[in-house]
Design a protein around this ligand. Structure first.
Ligand SMILES: [Zn+2]
Length: 373
């Protein structure tokens, strides 16, 4: 097939990005420790320690990891001459490395919005990463505006109509058909749990990306999950799941760190920024189930400026449920049994999130909304 047509088939419209450059944003190794669920009991929070002191390193505000540990009531240990740090508490753990964006949260891979800094011999996390990605997961809802228990879930089956999404021509499957099937299966499971579930599309129709978010806002969703499948051209081996949230204001997409990639931080506020921390918790909940229940390789939680998430008023996540370019993974995805497992993992992740929101304790807000550097 002509190269242009070949590339077009791999265009994921939800991602705005041609040739989803996931490989630029992380290594391929699986997590070292088994994932644990969010919502695990967290240590009591001393109110005076709720806000770690902020220090500026270069142009970016940071918080020292020992202060983060104190704020969250976790044990702090270092290794490798202070270049690595671990935070641990009952049911929660996190690991960070100097000058790296890759971290591990409760056994799951996380690509931070800023690299961990080593300043004066102390490892520091960017303030935005602490407030909007790490703390709300290690202690559900930490520092966030409280939210009511989720009742309305919007499931967005990626692509549709003239946009088939990614295609495996050999197996005669395409993304738009698979995402709708998984969304329908997940709806049945969630409705049985008492959630009200709205699908952004019920049939093989094309809906523009921002319209999907608008539909979520109209439905007054409590959580939005966009369902997709992945592909890499000329790569039949890569497998696994990825989970995306919209970058907090001032942070870059995960793929903007690769060689030759353009820095894409946005300084203006978008609606979804109001719920960054809750989106991180929703993403972590879904991520844990996709990796833990499906035993899928963990390609990480990442940030991406996705048009389908930007207008959201509810916490929102895009999940890439597997690679259609891997013959082995695509064969699994092609079976109704595996798609049912996928739907069950998504439904379980949403239940975990709902539980975590319900048990989140009110803590002092760590920032005004929306974020700024
Ligand atoms: Zn897609």
């Amino acid at each position: 097939m002509p190269r242009a047509a070949f590339l077009a088939r791999f265009r994921c419209l939800a991602g705005l990005a041609l040739l989803w450059p996931s490989r630029l944003s992380g290594a391929e190794s699986p997590p070292r420790t088994p994932p644990t669920r969010p919502g695990a009991p967290a240590a009591e929070l001393p109110p005076s320690a709720a806000r770690p002191p902020v220090r500026r390193i270069g142009r970016v505000e940071h918080v020292a990891l020992p202060d983060v540990a104190r704020a969250l009531g976790l044990q702090f240990t270092t290794a490798d001459q202070g270049r690595r740090a671990t935070l641990k508490g009952p049911g929660v753990s996190a690991a960070f490395e100097a000058e790296s964006r890759e971290a591990t949260l409760n056994g799951l891979r996380l690509f931070l919005g800023d690299p961990v800094a080593l300043a004066g011999g102390v490892l520091c996390l960017s303030r935005v990463d602490f407030e909007r990605s790490v703390a709300p997961v290690l202690q559900p809802g930490f520092g966030l505006e409280p939210r009511p228990a989720p009742k309305v879930i919007v499931l967005d089956a990626g692509h549709g109509g003239h946009d088939p999404g990614r295609v495996n021509a050999h197996l005669k499957i395409n993304e738009k058909m698979l995402t709708l099937d998984v969304a329908r299966r997940a709806r049945r499971l969630l409705e049985a749990d008492g959630f009200r579930v709205v699908l952004t599309r019920e049939s093989d129709t094309f809906i523009a990306l921002p319209q999907r978010a608008v539909a979520s806002n109209v439905a007054q969703a409590d959580a939005f999950v966009s369902i997709h499948f992945n592909a890499l051209p000329q790569d039949a081996r890569t497998t696994g799941v990825e989970v995306y949230t919209f970058p907090p204001r001032g942070q870059r997409s995960a793929n903007s760190w690769g060689p030759g990639a353009k820095e894409d931080a946005e300084q203006h506020a978008s609606p979804v920024h109001r719920v960054d921390g809750w989106s991180a918790l929703l993403a972590h909940s879904l991520h844990g189930r996709l990796v833990g229940d499906l035993k899928a390789p963990d390609r990480g939680r990442k940030l991406m400026h996705l048009a389908v998430l930007r207008p959201l008023q509810a916490p929102g996540v895009l999940v890439e449920c597997g690679f259609l370019t891997s013959e082995a993974e695509a064969r699994r995805i092609a079976t109704p049994e595996y798609r049912q497992q996928l739907a069950a993992a998504l439904a379980a992740g949403i239940r975990d999130y709902a539980r975590a929101v319900g048990t989140a304790r009110r803590t002092p807000r760590t920032s005004s909304l929306p974020s700024s550097r």
